[in-house]
Design a protein around this ligand. Structure first.
Ligand SMILES: C[S@@+](CC[C@H](N)C(=O)[O-])C[C@H]1O[C@@H](n2cnc3c(N)ncnc32)[C@H](O)[C@@H]1O
Length: 223
């Protein structure tokens, strides 16, 4: 774990990993893990060989099913996934091995640490799907989207690149719209209860729909 100025409120560990996932954490993770080094900023295209046509980032990939499916569909794009929850990281490694994905790199920690060291205009697309909603008003400052993260995303995302978001929590929907509205880097793109045509559903999303919640899918475009 990286020493951090940021406080992470979600959990880092769940149930003990089964043998196979434990093995993947030991054998595969070291080969695909992004380490923060002293030299900054870190050029993300160097993580991939061959150099990718584009770089897409997913923040809080959960079980990794969305990231793995996108990586399979787009083999020339380099994918970086950030997730501090160990069981989620092990699950993505499992997808990577089963699907033979060589275009995925993992930052197994708080995404803000990576955002701080990525150079200006190096990311083509960022996904933030079903971020922890922290629905209680007094916990709102724990939400990932805020003026500081948007300002960093505004720096690292290329012109005409985008941020794609989804949430099933109405208070977070309003919060996201408000935060992007205040930010100077992005203009509003699609905002709909219909998912995009290239959508990959996750377990989290399916559970939300089953429970009667209505996800909203949003896109913001870098000016
Ligand atoms: C509600 S889950 C959604 C997971 C996934 N995106 C999905 O749709 O299934 C939110 C995820 O964000 C992760 N997360 C929370 N704070 C984070 C941070 N600062 N950096 C990266 N991931 C974070 C959590 O560990 C959790 O896996």
């Amino acid at each position: 774990m990286t020493t951090s100025l940021y406080r992470l409120y979600g959990r880092r560990k769940g149930r003990p990993l089964r043998v196979r996932k434990n093995q993947l954490m030991m054998d595969l993770l070291p080969a695909v893990k992004i380490d923060l080094v002293d030299e900054k900023p870190i050029d993300p295209s160097k993580f991939f060989n061959p150099a990718p046509s584009k770089i897409w980032l997913e923040i809080g990939f959960g079980g990794g099913e969305h990231l793995a499916a996108q990586a399979k569909r787009h083999p020339t794009i380099g994918f970086i996934g950030c997730e501090p929850f160990v069981n989620g990281v092990a699950s993505l490694l499992d997808h990577m091995e089963r699907e033979h994905l060589s275009n995925v790199r993992i930052f197994p920690d708080d995404a803000r640490l990576l955002l701080d060291v990525l150079p200006t205009a190096t990311i083509d697309r960022c996904f933030i799907l079903f971020a922890d909603p922290w629905p209680k008003g007094r916990h709102a400052s724990r939400r990932f989207i805020g003026s500081e993260t948007l300002s960093r995303l505004g720096q690292i995302i290329k012109k005409d690149g985008d941020v794609r978001l989804a949430t099933d929590d109405p208070s977070l929907t309003d919060w996201i719209r408000g935060a992007f509205h205040k930010d100077e880097h992005f203009k509003r793109g699609e905002d709909s209860t219909q998912c995009p045509t290239d959508w990959v559903s996750t377990r989290y999303e399916q559970k939300a729909i089953k429970a009667g919640r209505h996800p909203v899918y949003m896109r913001y475009i870098r000016l």
